[in-house]
Write a protein that binds this ligand. Sequence first.
Ligand SMILES: C[S@@+](CC[C@H](N)C(=O)[O-])C[C@H]1O[C@@H](n2cnc3c(N)ncnc32)[C@H](O)[C@@H]1O
Length: 137
Amino acid sequence: MQVTAFDASEVGLAKAKALAALKGVSVDYWLAAIEDWEWSPDRFDVVVAIFIQFAAPDLRRRIFDGMKRTVKPGGSILMQGYRPEQLAFGTGGPREPDQLYTRALLETAFADFEIIRLVEHDSALQEGPGRRHLGAY
Ligand SMILES: C[S@@+](CC[C@H](N)C(=O)[O-])C[C@H]1O[C@@H](n2cnc3c(N)ncnc32)[C@H](O)[C@@H]1O
């Protein structure tokens, strides 16, 4: 795959570049705030958004609109995020309930798309040394 990725953090970008080098893959990385990202129409086969729940509802709406605009017809959007049940686990993620995802929120937001798989699960996530925790996804 040819991959384009961005993050607003120089530290995050450096970590991602180091991981890509370790895996022997190349990624077109950009230092960018999502608020400024240009969601060019029909540009990507797949759009991936993993744990972007820093976005409050207004920004989230703009992001979801942008993701839908930039994915090509017939392409896919993949997302991972926390459910409100995560607040009880207290193992990461935003503390603001309206930034968490519910089935209803996603079904409404992507009502104009075919939802192929929407799964709610509690799982232990291994995110590296010392970072294994139970979460509500
Ligand atoms: C919870 S981390 C997830 C990182 C990565 N996707 C992962 O799953 O490991 C959220 C990321 O969003 C980035 N971020 C926060 N606000 C942002 C913004 N306004 N624009 C772009 N990136 C942002 C942070 O720098 C951080 O790397």
